[in-house]
Write a protein that binds this ligand. Structure first.
Ligand code: G6P
Length: 371
């Protein structure tokens, strides 16, 4: 009912607006002074020190959050991390030992594919950590340890605030693991912790600046195909932006890694093709930034209409972008939490402009408890 939506037109709109609280609540109690404090039960320090590999398993949006987690955990904890779709993992006899940690990510905790992947990992002797948003659900119960995200209940089929909380959960775990394994110094942890504390306010800022996105969505309601480009942690953001548009707007959308453009996707660029580009910080990632600016030049030269998501003050993108959506300054590993929000809002507004039911898209279920 309208009352449940708290005055919002849809659960999805309400849940997008709850992003700042989802992040704040997931951080609560886990940042102590300048460091992280996680209690992971059976996954104690000795077990964490002994790991030699991590596999993240999930489906849909949760799997894209896992791709962000991979970059952060590898960077900080210097341990190889792969991300696998749970159903692919389960049915190909993956290599697992007691020194492998399988991290499952699930909003509902009930996704059958993910649950079966966890059961398989355990049966093979691997360690299991569940990052989950639903207290007492099946997947956490079947795992060695759980790190709950606290995004609050998510009703809309398309996941939004839960994605933000899943990224935060993995950032916290990555810092904890790096601390335990001695691969990060206290000053580096303190810097990330300081930036994590800023995220809820920065998200409020992004949410307060939605009008250009709404205009854009209205103006684009007849668009038939949208491409999304990103590099590094911006790559999963591009994939998630594309997924959301498919799910609720029924528009053909694909996400690509910027470096892959010349290996195929550039053939799709013709005059008028809309491309969203997720741009890394020029302050922290000058090399990646210059590479994505080259990508933008290449597609622009072929007539693409370019919509850029870039940090405040990044002027290098201005000459090539038709539209620039700004996000506040943060650290590279935290950028996805801010950059994904304009893409979620874009999908929501475009579906709304097309008169679609954004909370109940056709053919999809919130939680897929069958194979
Ligand atoms: C379904 C939903 C997606 C979700 C995926 C994984 O396909 O429609 O929005 O990302 O399941 O769900 P989970 O509850 O495991 O995160």
């Amino acid at each position: 009912s309208a009352a449940d939506k708290g005055g919002w037109t849809s659960f999805m709109a309400k849940e997008v607006s709850e992003g700042p609280e989802a992040v704040a609540n997931t951080l609560r109690g886990r940042l102590v002074d300048d460091s992280v404090a996680l209690e992971l039960g059976a996954l104690d320090d000795a077990v964490l020190r002994d790991l030699d590999r991590i596999v993240i398993v999930a489906c849909g949006t949760a799997a894209y959050s896992g791709l962000v987690g991979k970059y952060a955990i590898e960077t900080w904890a210097r341990i190889p991390v792969e991300v696998d779709l749970a159903h692919e993992f389960r049915y190909r006899d993956p290599v697992l030992t007691p020194r492998t940690l399988v991290i499952s990510i699930s909003q509902s905790g009930e996704t059958m594919d993910t649950k079966m992947a966890v059961q398989h990992a355990r049966a093979q002797g691997a360690r299991t950590l569940s990052i989950c948003n639903t207290q007492g659900s099946t997947i956490p119960r079947e795992s060695d340890a759980v790190l709950y995200t606290h995004a609050g209940p998510e009703v809309a089929v398309a996941s939004t605030k839960a994605f933000l909380a899943q990224v935060i959960g993995q950032l916290l775990f990555g810092l904890h693991l790096a601390k335990v394994r001695g691969t990060i110094d206290d000053a580096a942890i303190a810097e990330v912790v300081g930036e994590l504390r800023e995220l809820p306010d920065e998200l409020r800022q992004v949410l307060a600046e939605q009008d250009p996105i709404k205009e854009l969505a209205h103006w684009m309601s007849d668009t038939r195909s949208v491409l999304f480009l990103g590099r590094n942690v911006g790559y999963p953001v591009a994939l998630e932006g594309a997924l959301k548009l498919k799910e609720i707007s029924y528009i053909h959308a694909e996400g690509f890694a910027g470096g892959e453009l010349k290996h195929g996707p550039i053939a799709l660029i013709e005059p008028g093709q809309v491309v969203f580009v997720v741009v890394p910080s020029p302050r922290h990632e000058p090399l990646l930034h210059s590479k994505i600016v080259s990508n933008i030049q290449e597609i622009r030269a072929r007539g693409a209409r370019v919509i850029v998501v870039a940090e405040a003050g990044d002027a290098a993108v201005l000459p090539y972008a038709d539209i620039v959506l700004r996000v506040p300054l943060t650290l590279p590993m935290l950028e996805p939490v801010l950059q994904v929000v304009p893409l979620h809002i874009f999908a929501l507004e475009l579906a709304t402009a097309k008169g679609l039911d954004v909370d109940q898209p056709r053919n999809l279920a919130k939680s897929v408890t069958v194979e």
